[in-house]
Design a binder for this molecule. Structure first.
Ligand code: PLP
Length: 390
């Protein structure tokens, strides 16, 4: 059995969630149908919506089910853009923090390429936290069609001051969207109290099934749908609602939120043990975002002289599964845009690995990493110096 240290990529489905999904796979009925089977399906969807809304401090009518975090992020950005196209003058600026997930960065750059948006990346400090003064100046500049700052970063775990940013944005009539995909399992998330206009959630990061998530969006916010058809989900997301996935999503949110306080404390201790275990073997390891408020389950470490992706494969061979946290296009490892935005060099931005913990993590997983990391780094450094010579 491998030590699974990649919960930020996907967290194993909780057994009680698997039961709920399996139970509802046998149901007959489309939640949009008027007959008894349809009404039963609709009741499950609406109960799930109420439960999720309750646990994230939203009203049920604010929860719009989507196919996951990626679709919700796309809906937040492109939907806000298209909703203002007929204003005169139409706003053209799109503000996104420089450390967003690609599910936010890529729709923003698509809007720039195809729709003439002016995308402005918002800078972060060396710990990955958005510069509030720069944010305040950007929202004060007018003409903002969409603005997005994630709640917690998926690579280094830095937590952003979203409530303060939302309040700054509101002062200038700008509604803020936040990707809370990584936050939900580990931090108290209250949509109403945050002052956000919209917020992204994904089931599989909290022990739910893949392929379902939500955009939580204030009823007053203006958004155009990406998908047109049956008019489901307040006409913001047409398509038959997947009842078993939505029920599983609600069960996962319930389990994650009700155990969160104890789990977060347990994971923070495990994470600190993980960092000290690695430091004991590799004294020059660098903990990224060390000075920021961080997710309890995430430790992003840079190993000077190593390529993150080679180290990942060496650890995998030793039975430890983790991630670089950054993209890899056509097999070529990219330097992490998050670490580059945090002021690291290209080499530093390629030498990092993310270890992320969650509801199945144990001290044995952390011990497995401590047992494997020394030899892996030694081999990774030898390979790196061979590449330099060659
Ligand atoms: N946003 C963040 C911060 C993520 O970490 C992820 C998943 O890696 C996503 C969005 C995409 O979510 P999904 O896999 O549900 O499309």
């Amino acid at each position: 059995m491998s030590a699974y240290l990649d919960h930020a990529a996907t967290s194993p489905v909780r057994p009680e969630v698997a039961d709920v999904v399996a139970r509802h796979l046998g149901d007959v009925g489309n939640a949009a149908s008027l007959h008894g089977s349809g009404r039963r399906a609709r009741r499950i969807v609406e109960e799930s919506r109420e439960l999720i809304a309750h646990h994230v401090g939203a009203r049920p009518g604010e929860v719009v089910f989507t196919s996951g975090g990626t679709e919700a992020d796309n809906l937040a950005l492109k939907g806000a853009w298209w909703a203002t196209r007929h204003a005169a003058p139409a706003p053209r600026r799109v503000l996104v923090s420089a450390v967003e997930h690609h599910a936010v960065l890529d729709p923003a750059s698509w809007l720039e390429r195809c729709e003439g948006a002016l995308v402005e990346p918002l800078p972060v400090d060396r710990d990955g936290v958005v510069d509030e003064a720069a944010f305040a100046e950007a929202v004060a500049g007018g003409g903002v069609a969409a603005a997005s700052v994630m709640w917690a970063n998926n690579e280094v775990g830095a937590v952003q001051p979203v409530a303060r940013l939302a309040s700054l944005a509101r002062r200038h009539g700008v509604g803020l969207h936040s990707d809370a995909v990584q936050a939900l399992a580990h931090l108290p998330v209250d949509f109403t109290a945050s002052g956000l206009d919209a917020m992204t959630l994904s089931a599989h990061k909290v022990g739910g099934p893949h392929g379902v998530g939500a955009l939580v969006v204030r009823r007053e916010a203006h958004l155009s749908p990406l998908l047109h058809g049956g008019g489901q989900e307040r006409d913001l997301r047409s398509g038959t609602v997947p009842v078993p996935l939505v029920a599983g999503f609600a069960a996962a949110v319930e389990a994650a939120v009700t155990t969160r306080e104890l789990e977060s404390a347990r994971l923070a201790t495990l994470r600190d043990d993980l960092v000290s275990g690695v430091r004991a073997q590799v004294p020059d390891v660098v903990l990224n975002a060390e000075g920021a408020p961080r997710l309890p389950g995430v430790a992003h470490l840079s190993f000077p002289g190593c390529e993150g992706d080679s180290l990942l494969m060496l650890l995998d061979a030793a039975g430890v599964e983790c991630s670089t946290g950054s993209a890899c296009s056509a097999g070529v490892p990219e330097a992490s845009h998050v670490l580059l935005a945090m002021g690291r060099t290209e080499a530093e931005a390629r030498s990092g690995l993310r270890f992320s913990l969650g509801h199945t993590s144990t001290a044995a997983d952390v011990a497995a990493l401590a047992g494997a990391i020394g030899a892996a780094v030694e081999r990774g450094r030898a390979a790196g110096s061979l590449r330099q010579v060659g």
